[in-house]
Write a new protein. Sequence first.
Length: 84
Amino acid sequence: MAKYKIVYDREGCVGVQSCAILAEQFWKMNDDDKADLIGGTQREDGKWELEIEEADLEKNKKAAINCPVMVIKILDETGDEIPL
Ligand code: SF4
């Protein structure tokens, strides 16, 4: 099964919540009105990332597509950004 990686630039989140509605197992709103990537780890560049299985790809793609500021990216196994 292919693995994918969510990369999330939390700095740019404007708190619209669509990610938390569309993929609630992965996204939840925090007290600062930005979304948290549940189970994610923060990288040195400040972005957050989380590896996901293929079964969880579609819902996270929906979250990424519906994010108005496009701060959610999804990479394939080779590290290329998948088209949304
Ligand atoms: S959809 Fe985008 S802007 Fe809205 S809460 Fe999620 S990450 Fe933030």
